[in-house]
Write a protein that binds this ligand. Sequence first.
Ligand code: ABN
Ligand code: CU
Length: 672
Amino acid sequence: MAPDTNSIAGYTIFREGDYGSAEAAAVIPRDIPHPLDQLSIVEIHAAAKLIREMAAPKTPKFNCITLREPPKLQYAAYRQGRGSRPDRRAFAIIIMQDDSGQVAEVIVNLTQGKIEEWKLVKDVMPTLTLEDLDLMERISRKDPRVIEACRGLGITDMSKVFIDGWAIGVDERWGLERRLQQGLAYYRNHELDNQYAHPLDFTVVADTEREEVLSVDIRYVNGERTAIPLAEHHYLPHFIMSFQVNGNELSWAGYKMHIGFNYREGIVLSDVRMHDPYEGRHRPLFNRISVAEMVVPYGCPEVSHHKKHAFDLGEYGSGYMTNSLKLGCDCKGAIHYMDAVLCTGKGDPAVIKNAICIHEEDNGLLYKHTDCRDGTGVSARDRKLIISQIITAANYEYGFYHTFTLDGTYKLEVKLTGMLNTYCMHPSEQASVNPYGTIVAPTIIAQNHQHLFSLRIDPEVDGRNNTVVQNDAVESVEALGSAENPYGNGFYCQKTPLRTALEGATVYRHETGRTWDIINPSRLNPICKKPVGYKIVNNSCPSLLAKTNSVVWKRAAFARKSLWVLPYRDYELYPAGDYVCQSTGEDNHPHNPTIQDWANRNENIENTDIVCYIQFGLTHFPRTEDFPIMPVEPRNPALWVPPSSLCVDDKSRNAFPQTCCSSGELKDNPKL
Ligand code: ABN
Ligand code: CU
């Protein structure tokens, strides 16, 4: 028989003889028990059986069955090897289930299988067990006087009334002839409500052995009942948000921003600013942040594959492909969701429920220092706020995680998972000599490809007019042995302001650990007297591997550079053009300019309103273990890990069929 998990919260109950299950095996000791081991489930059954036999025809209620520890000296002698192993004994307190309600203490010798002592105990009340306490609520909810007392407060649904059973202490109205409890009454308006925020103005007294309510004691004040306090006070993580959301405006840890969404870029963060406690004002950081484009060029040169270079945003729309997220499936913890409103081909509005997930996580150590002399120290932990969406782009899933941390950092993390794009192999084809892909299953090849994203940042670092300065860590130009660098150890950060849009089209340099600062030249830090700034750190920016002048090179001009800096112009948003499907990327297209055309204007980008396009991504050489499902890049193969849950679509799925893990039911994996 399977253990019974239903009747007492938190207990797994084993029926007699049920020792074969895995649960039982886990709690049955394999060896002879230590004399101080708690009773095993087998021993408890044995003790209860002997007591029941002795009590018959009366029925005992077991208040406890516990180890009867061996007398101290006996145990000490055994420990010291001077005495034999003490017999295993159980001690039980029982209450007779008859009018007498007699209490007895019983000692059972389990080693010898016999009852050694049976002592009636008068004028005492044993401990209240969880089963006793549970009775209080059950009998109170059914009692007409309790129902009436609740009705007086406007409560008609007794399932919302919770009665905590308490020991009664002393109530002069009754003595030890009855086993009493007092019930403290509360109201819980919904499943996650905290009933202790809604105490009721009456208590219940009941005899829980006879299952009888004896009194409902209402406290009248000036002859009146006291209304239920209805304000909600929550403690569950579902309700504890460290961020505030007002419509689509969010405040967190000094940050403020607006969260928008559109069919093409998905999440759009605007008006990002941060409170400066020293200056007592909100300082602007970014006017607008979005993932504006991406391209996935495939690297197999054979005809027909050359056409595979998906622009997942410009050609399909990141917003359109957004998943409806599920608590427990895609996100865990205290989440705030926002919906997306799009439209169908008929012009009907279509909503993706829970398209955007907002939550906070611990972010490890922020700073720490210990004074090495006296050992005193400080440390602080960081937190991060993550605003995310997941898209299903046919075979691939992309998770976009816009992250802010307490130190003012904004970071975009993209997680790649889902399915590889696959192609069939003819039996004559030799994969081992094909450098353009990896065999992931017999006769199935997954081709090499790149994922190149374009993050559009419209900065407003402490004001509208900004400049980008390129930083390169370089050795001193002064020769070893020269007066300026006698020992040859000099190095510094070479700073090059980018002045025009063509200078602003630049690439990462590993050799100099290149970074870029977006500075506000008009605002100096009061201490170092240097302009305030935000550093762009982007070293995951592989170059586009397709040849210059190839189809994808022309179409994905943005992917030719790690960074483009341009003067701001309204509605200049999409670096591969507004219309990407079937675009050729030709220069000077009259209706579909690309970032290259914008850069070719070669306008001033110094101390003016600028926009930055930051390219990042990875080159993906598929691994056999990426099939049939890819672990989130850059994780190790995880195929042995069964899914934690299956999200099954249901009829209420939204209008976008590709959101296949969408508004469906969450099914627990029976294997976990
Ligand atoms: N990855 C190409 C793609 C994306 C979305 C829908 C179809 C195809
Ligand atoms: Cu890939």
